[in-house]
Design a binder for this molecule. Structure first.
Ligand code: ATP
Length: 231
């Protein structure tokens, strides 16, 4: 059996990241197989964004490695699309000097941009500036930008932030329907529990649990981590 078949998808092997004396990720391993939806949760400061930044090449780990389909993988932020990886940003992060369509085309070509705008039900706003749209629509534009590259791996960084219940339900359907592998960092537990196949829980950089939503819901260490830091 080839390595590719034995080890498909994106795999993180024992990733450790320090910022000075702070251990932001402590021996974190994770597999995101094709078509899976993998959640990464944890209290504030747990290391979720750092994990995304490692995958995207913004942060270089002190130790550990990544593989993509069994081959060594080290991303550079400007090469993500080449590897089939797209990431949405927390907030909306669009260029207001460009139209919605132009913003989404940054992630793909005109054809894939239109398809993504339609998928995200914002095609009617293609000619507007992002700043003219309400926040929820701008979040959809941000998703469309990521989808326009037809990513194998879609990294969603707090996509539910600032959205109401109906928008979150729409988002959940989109995540369930997409053929991409999804990596989801999110504080909205109902969304995470309803869409993820598996969930990694970080606490102060340490992986404290990895399992299905059902397993995570009943894990004592997870409850402790959240209760210990509840606002
Ligand atoms: N560039 C950096 N330099 C120094 N420390 C950093 C840096 N980036 C993150 N940290 C620290 O690393 C830890 C993990 O931060 P990270 O942003 O990954 O957590 P998070 O789980 O995404 O938190 P949140 O839910 O609040 O977004 C925090 O203590 C944070 O202050």
């Amino acid at each position: 059996m080839s390595t590719e078949k034995a080890d498909p998808g994106l795999v993180l092997h024992h990733i450790t990241v320090r910022f000075g004396g702070l251990l932001a990720l402590d021996d974190v391993s994770l597999r995101a197989g094709p078509g899976r939806v993998v959640g990464v949760i944890g209290p504030n400061g747990a290391g979720k964004t750092t994990l995304f930044n490692v995958i995207c090449g913004f942060v270089t780990p002190q130790s550990g490695a990544m593989t993509l389909d069994g081959r060594p993988f080290r991303a550079r932020p400007h090469q993500l699309a080449r590897h089939g990886i797209a990431r949405t940003l927390q907030g909306v992060g669009q260029f207001n000097g460009m139209t919605v369509l132009e913003n989404v085309q940054v992630g793909g070509n005109e054809k894939t941009a239109w398809a993504a705008l339609e998928r995200c039900e914002v095609a009617e706003h293609a000619g507007k500036r992002p700043g003219e749209l309400p926040y929820a629509k701008r979040k959809r534009v941000e998703l469309a930008r990521a989808l326009a590259s037809r990513p194998r791996i879609l990294m969603l960084d707090e996509p539910a932030g600032g959205l109401d219940t109906d928008e979150i339900r729409w988002l959940a359907d989109l995540i369930r329907d997409t053929e991409s592998t999804v990596l989801l960092v999110e504080h909205h537990m109902e969304l995470v529990m309803s869409v993820c196949d598996e969930i990694l829980v970080l606490d102060f950089g340490k992986p404290i649990a990895l399992g299905t939503p059902g397993e995570i819901r009943t894990d004592e260490k997870v409850a402790e981590a959240y209760l210990g830091t509840a606002a």
